[in-house]
Write a new protein. Sequence first.
Length: 168
Amino acid sequence: MLLAAFVFAAALGAAGVASAHVVPVPQFLPTGVVTTLDFAVPNERPEPMSGVIISAPAGFRIVQAHPVAGWTATLDGSTSTWRGGPLTHLSIETFRLDVDVAADPGPATLDTVLLYPSGARVSWPATLTVVPGHAGEETESGRWGVIAAIVGVGLLVAASIAVLAWRR
């Protein structure tokens, strides 16, 4: 629990202006839980977009690529591909994946490639942060660790008060 709070605070402190144009939501994924990720994908080119490829890094397993109206979704190992559309200039479409995360806590990047009928390919990193465990789950050892920390602090305070009282 304390580690999760530390990782969350560190991630917030390190977060800067988003440099990617493909945005995954949520930005924080817990390990050991299948999470649905939505990718807001804009078409910033003047030609219509005809495909999207999203590849997951080590420690991520894509469980399902959800279909989107007008697009065909396929899943091949750690890569999901949607073909169809087209997505017109300055339009945004949301593509959805269910992912199971076993990666260590910290930043992670999923690679996205936008495909165009002309053969053009535009790559964007989709960056997010992996956090330990699921926020609603707490292990028995994690609870005892928190209890031990609270008892330790209490004993330290009591000992400090006793020493101050003894010195007077």
